[in-house]
Design a protein around this ligand. Sequence first.
Ligand code: ATP
Length: 249
Amino acid sequence: MKQQVTLDGVSAGHAGRVVLSRFSARIPASAVTAVVGPNGSGKSTLLGVLAGVVPVMAGTVAHRTPGRPALVAQRSAVSDTLPVTVRDTVAMGRWGRLGLFGRMSSRDRSVVRACMDRLGIGDLAERRLGELSGGQRQRALVAQGLAQEADLLLLDEPTAGLDLEAQRRITEVLEEVAAEGVTVVHVTHDPAAAGRADHCLLLHAGRPAGAGSPREVLTGEALGRVRGLPRQAWPPAAEERTDARRGRG
Ligand SMILES: Nc1ncnc2c1ncn2[C@@H]1O[C@H](COP(=O)(O)OP(=O)(O)OP(=O)(O)O)[C@@H](O)[C@H]1O
């Protein structure tokens, strides 16, 4: 399997404090990778390193393709009080391609429309972001990430706090775009979402504690070593979903 990103001996953190220490990992191309681990284990920091927004203090991060990754952060960089609509928010995903004085082309507009439709928020296009529910806003942010048409799509807990229908839609969209060739990496605390991924990366205290298929990684033994993850809840859910997915394919 091709690797989209290869991290070798990476140390990285915030304000001079090391969070990831001598961290090596592979992110498979055109696949969904779930990053799991307890609070504070460095999952968001890893996404920041992959996105290029958290500086690397040592080691190397090699990307297979050039171009800026798309990062869907936990909270919007767009203030809820700004009078921007859902369409504006998703259109911001095109800004990196337009340049400073670029105007939206008809293709840009159709990408924005398609991304809203994909997340089921086409009918909310003219609504202000601040008027939406948390789940609707989250869909808009995922749509903004998709609108960037990046080779690497990074999402920090994209389904946290959403109802089951919204979780299902986002999870399916991530699987679809991976099938279309995009490399997807998402941080999750949801056993079902982790179990559906193609690849799983388990973090513990800024180090990789497991990497491979969810079935290989989310074992009772591995989770027992990683405090903060409930040993009972994870492995059966992961195995069931993995089986279900294999059955589908
Ligand atoms: N912007 C920041 N400035 C300083 N320290 C930070 C910053 N972001 C994260 N940290 C610290 O880095 C460590 C790892 O945080 P990180 O957010 O990467 O963990 P996480 O695994 O994503 O946690 P969670 O599951 O709670 O989201 C924590 O100790 C945190 O306090």
